[in-house]
Design a protein around this ligand. Structure first.
Ligand code: NCD
Length: 305
């Protein structure tokens, strides 16, 4: 059983059959991911993890995934201690690291970096975030989390809230969620809208996408509210960040207008856009979502390696 692609660069590169395959594999890994059942499925396999930007969940869940399956990792998360600090190009780093391992997970600040890496690499490249571009493995775990909560990834009303301009998770998720006949609401502060290029691309494909600045108005319609933080590090001007940083906050009072089975997801890290009081409510599913990242990445690694 294989995927139709050797690299995971953007969600667009996956067919619906690929997505189904990944999810049905992921279902099988729950016990192994929890450490309740040992596995040697990827024994002897080495995953390269090249993180040129900070990461907690993406990096550690990939490491956990391969180690639970009997494999191991090499890599760096501080490029300043690698030869990149001497001026090595990304292409040369990839041509080197591919000689040491069986697949590479790459997070890099530059949009398009994962695509470039895949062009020079003979082994699978998994895009773990390319600047403000895409983050397809996050999207797979987001969709998988929706499937777990609703039994399906179709015919839902899904709201994407926050920094839709710079947030790569929402760029990938917009393509993914709208592909499965969901109605998409993109809700952002002014100036941080979903890029026109993406909105137009989706509209041209006949997908349902509604742009809004008004969360209160949209919230009662939603089955899923996918919250994201403002991507502070991608602002060139601190005063621009300060203007928008407190523009939305999810708390219990606000959630009173939501459907009782509405669910809040968040790729994390959260800064202060969801109040901690929400965490123990029936709405909050973002920490369960974290676990789903392990089984989905196990599925990806087992299918690609
Ligand atoms: C996201 C990212 O790096 O894009 N984090 C993650 O992988 N879970 C979201 C973010 O940083 O806001």
């Amino acid at each position: 059983m294989k995927l139709t692609t050797q690299d995971i660069i953007s969600f667009k590169g996956l067919t619906n059959e690929d997505v189904e395959k990944i999810f049905s594999e992921a279902d099988k890994f729950e016990k192994i991911a929890k450490g309740e059942k040992p596995s040697e499925l990827l024994k002897g396999k080495i995953l390269g993890t090249l993180f040129f930007e900070p990461s907690t969940r993406t990096k550690l869940s990939f490491k956990s995934a391969i180690q639970r399956l009997g494999g191991s990792t090499i890599g760096f998360s501080r490029p300043e201690v690698s030869s990149v600090a001497k001026g090595e190009t990304l292409a040369d780093t990839i041509r080197t690291v591919e000689k040491y391992c069986d697949a590479i997970v790459l997070r890099h600040p530059q949009m398009g970096s994962a695509k470039l890496a895949a062009e020079v690499s003979k082994i699978p490249i998994l895009n773990a975030g390319d600047g403000a571009g895409h983050h397809p493995t996050q999207t797979l775990l987001d969709l998988y989390s929706i499937r777990k909560n609703f039994g399906s990834i179709r015919d839902l009303q899904i709201g994407l809230l926050g920094d839709l301009k710079y947030g790569r998770t929402v760029h990938s998720l917009a393509y993914a969620a709208s592909r499965f006949e969901n109605k998409l609401y993109v809700i952002s502060p002014e100036g941080l809208e979903m890029p026109n290029e993406i909105v137009n691309d989706l509209k041209n494909k006949g997908r349902e996408i509604i742009e809004s600045y008004d969360l209160k108005e949209v919230l009662p319609k939603l089955d899923v509210l996918y919250v994201t933080r403002i991507q502070k590090e991608r602002f060139s001007d601190a005063s621009e960040y300060n203007k928008v940083k407190d523009s939305y906050k999810i708390n219990l009072e606000l959630l009173e207008s939501a459907k009782s089975n509405m669910r809040v997801l968040h790729p994390l890290p959260r800064i202060d856009e969801i109040e901690p009081e929400v965490d123990s409510s029936k709405y909050a599913k973002y920490f369960d979502q974290v676990f789903n990242g392990v089984v989905v990445r196990m599925a990806l690694l087992s299918l690609l390696m």
